[in-house]
Design a binder for this molecule. Structure first.
Ligand code: V47
Ligand code: SF4
Length: 395
């Protein structure tokens, strides 16, 4: 195959202009082959390997290697959880260009839930078997740390046994700056109120030349990593994400994965990596296309190969739809996320996946992919392994 030099990619909808801060990479089929062999031997892949894998002309071959690596780590088990999203407010001081969820104070459609509205949602979730409340929201200009600890206490009072996975590094940074307190103090206060772990939002793309174009007022990539480092050092676990399919090039994606891999080497505190496919509607970015299946599957597969110190890669059905999410279980993913129930962030940005999935359907999606469904806790402890298909009908 012909070699070419690239900083950007045919996969990027709109290649970035100007000098890239990332190294130029020579794309060649020989490098693709050597990267696949290295991965199968358990050797760590380089930036050049990752970019080349994205340019692999053979999706099935890439998927087969990612599948093999996943089967070595997880066998045929595929995780899901019974959870519920609650977004306490969409009022936000920032204006990230990809965001369709946020509203300014007083703007039509803006909201902030009362304690009762939060408690009601948490109680309904717990009564229907949820083990996790996932909670993230906008950066409300008037909310203080006490509002956040109160939200967690409210959830815990209504649903004492659920794990509260709440607030992104962006929200933690905002609170720490508002309160003029170190992030560690903010984390300690949230933990004392009942917080169990952190979700992976706000990571977007770390690479500065992309981040500046899509969310220039947000916490930097290094800042995001620092906050997760602090949380891990305090003994809390967290998730991590990558928002792809907008203006970024594949170099930025691989760079992002490598920065997460670096922190995982240092702390081992990440539960899972979650690629988030960009949803294009009702925002200011002006990239009016959804990602396609090939890019979604490549992203999962490249992540499985590059992020060798992660056990779990999530195929988040809300962003890609059930069909691609299921197929990704053969491209390196071993987790489907959960029942979700009330998803606003992707739905307001044009996701066609709906807001919730019944547990019985999650079982079917996993089973039909010839995998074994395992209900998990937020931190990936198995709750129940559904190894007898005859029992699915009883769920
Ligand atoms: O940080 C915002 C993303 C994230 C759009 O940790 C968008 O288990 C696509 O992080 N198109 C929040 N994505 C959601 C999130 C998450 C979701 C599910 C599970 C977990 C977990 C974390 O949503 C934001 C941003 O990256 N987002 N707008 C959009 N238009
Ligand atoms: Fe605010 Fe988060 Fe939306 Fe950015 S992505 S505008 S921080 S709600």
């Amino acid at each position: 195959m012909e070699s070419l030099t690239c900083a950007s990619s045919h996969l990027a909808p709109r290649p970035l202009q100007g000098a890239s801060a990332l190294p130029q990479v020579k794309v060649s089929y020989t490098v693709v082959q050597s990267a696949l062999s290295k991965a199968l031997r358990g050797e760590r892949l380089s930036f050049e390997d990752g970019v080349n894998l994205y340019h692999s002309p053979d999706l099935l071959e890439l998927g087969a290697v990612a599948n093999e690596l996943n089967l070595r780590k997880n066998g045929k088990d595929v995780y899901f959880n019974v959870n519920r999203h609650i977004n306490p407010t969409n009022i936000c001081a920032l204006s990230c260009k990809f965001c369709a969820f946020s509203r300014k104070p007083g703007e039509e459609g803006s909201y902030a839930y009362s304690d009762d509205e939060i408690a009601h949602r948490a109680k309904v979730a717990a009564d229907s078997g949820a083990t996790e409340i996932h909670m993230v929201g906008g950066l409300h200009p008037r909310w203080k740390l006490s509002n956040y600890t109160n939200i967690i206490s409210t959830v815990k009072a209504a649903a004492p046994h659920v794990h509260v996975k709440a607030f992104t590094a962006v929200e933690l940074d905002w609170l720490a700056r508002k309160e003029r307190k170190p992030v560690a103090e903010v984390i300690a206060a949230l933990r004392a109120a009942g917080l169990g772990s952190f979700p992976g939002g706000g990571a977007e793309i770390f690479t500065p030349y992309v981040r500046e174009l899509i969310c220039d007022t947000k916490l930097t990539g290094e800042g995001w990593l620092d906050i997760h480092r602090t949380a891990h050092k305090m003994g809390l676990r967290s998730n991590c994400t990558m928002l792809y399919g907008h203006i970024e090039d594949v170099g930025a994606r691989v760079d992002h994965m490598m920065r997460l891999r670096g922190l995982q080497d240092e702390t081992g505190g990440f539960n899972v990596f979650i690629p988030l496919a960009y949803q294009p509607e009702n925002n200011e970015l002006g990239i009016n296309r959804h990602t396609f299946g090939v890019d979604d599957l490549k992203t999962v597969a490249v992540a499985r190969l590059m992020m060798d110190n992660f056990r779990h890669i999530k195929s988040y059905w809300i962003m890609t739809g059930q069909r691609v999410a299921q197929t990704a279980l053969h491209y390196g993913a071993n987790d489907l996320d959960g029942t979700v129930v009330e998803e606003k962030i992707a739905n307001m940005a044009g996701s066609k996946s709906g807001m919730q999935m019944a547990k019985s359907n999650l079982l079917r999606v996993i089973r039909d992919a010839d995998r074994i469904p395992v209900e998990r806790s937020t931190v990936y402890e198995p709750i129940r392994r559904y190894d007898n298909p005859a029992e699915d009908a009883l769920v």
